[in-house]
Write a protein that binds this ligand. Structure first.
Ligand SMILES: [Zn+2]
Length: 75
């Protein structure tokens, strides 16, 4: 997800409802809330939550929770 655009190498018919819901959360709850700060916040969360903490990026967890595991994000 880059701003309001979901970029993928998947064919459109292979984007299921759960993945669409996951990306919609990134757009509606994250990009639209933080605007241009979001990439920096996302990267910071990746460092703190995943690299240092050994867990999942909080923004990916939120999007997965909002989409019933739509991306199937594994940490
Ligand atoms: Zn995601």
């Amino acid at each position: 997800m880059y701003s309001t655009t979901f970029v993928t190498d998947r064919s459109p018919w292979k984007v299921d409802a759960e993945l669409a819901a996951h990306e919609k959360c990134h757009r509606d709850q994250q990009w639209n809330q933080h605007d241009l700060l979001f990439p920096m916040l996302y990267y910071r969360a990746e460092v703190i939550d995943a690299w240092i903490g050994g867990g999942c990026n909080r923004y990916e967890e939120a999007a997965d929770a909002a989409s019933n595991g739509g991306r199937g994000y594994t940490c």
